[in-house]
Design a protein around this ligand. Sequence first.
Ligand SMILES: NC(=O)c1ccc[n+]([C@@H]2O[C@H](COP(=O)([O-])OP(=O)(O)OC[C@H]3O[C@@H](n4cnc5c(N)ncnc54)[C@H](OP(=O)(O)O)[C@@H]3O)[C@@H](O)[C@H]2O)c1
Length: 280
Amino acid sequence: MEKHFAVIGDPIEHSLSPWMHNAGYKTLEIDAEYQRFRVETNHLAESIKGLCALGFSGWNVTIPHKESIIPYLDHLTPQAKRAQAVNTVKYHQGQLIGHNTDGDGFIRSVEVDLREFEGKKAVLLGAGGACKGIALALAEQGMELTILNRTPEKAEKLVELILKEGGKASSGRFAPGGWLETVDLLVQTTSVGLHREPFPFSLEGISKQALVVDIIFNPMETLFLKEAKKLGCRTQNGLGMLLYQGALAWEFWLGRQAPVEEMGKALKNRLLERMFYKEK
Ligand SMILES: NC(=O)c1ccc[n+]([C@@H]2O[C@H](COP(=O)([O-])OP(=O)(O)OC[C@H]3O[C@@H](n4cnc5c(N)ncnc54)[C@H](OP(=O)(O)O)[C@@H]3O)[C@@H](O)[C@H]2O)c1
């Protein structure tokens, strides 16, 4: 193999990234391989040295290393600085460059459906790591954000960060309200629904014009998305975000356009395969 890529995290066995990236190399006949490695927190420093020594050109970074990897890197791109988190590392000419494709990946996944961002209203449910990247990217596109989180202090902290970056944002009660009638983009970023449990409140009264996204992709349709669809909204699950953050990392490493369609197919097939075998 000429080039080596990977994803590091803990846990990592559920990562779908190898299927998506390897499908991309195969499509474009690139002599490369993408692997996944479980890296425990206390082994992060040696793992980075090891990946460099073994000739890896880049790797993705997932929970719990997205923030703790920063001190080991030589440079950060503006996207990584903005998110204060890294999901992609490029090793080039002895330098480690940290990048973040989560926020822009989300933007790419909704731009066809949403068309314009500037001046539109987005409501984000949650205020965790994934929400932060999405919120900062949406604010940069000129959307007016409302952040609603079960623990209000976390939403307030995220709002402060967005305001500091020059965006428009406010926080509110983690409950239904007048915002349902005016929202253009509703993004569910909490982990509620991962185990097929219902969302804590109903979306009754939501504008039919709204695009509703749940960033969970397994299950492919959470009860939250099912309700939004029933109420007449357009819906999207988290596969688009996963695909485009991967495609942007691919392009950052290889400097050429990623074959998104084939990568998306590989992702979906692998997920279906996994669900089928689990449910059998
Ligand atoms: N599609 C993708 O590419 C992608 C990428 C990253 C993550 N994700 C998904 O995004 C979700 C969140 O990930 P994360 O990394 O942001 O996690 P995180 O940092 O741990 O944040 C979890 C969020 O969920 C909220 N939450 C958890 N249980 C809740 C409950 N019972 N009721 C209300 N709120 C609850 C938390 O609220 P509190 O602050 O009140 O605890 C917090 O806002 C996960 O499901 C993950 O699979 C998808």
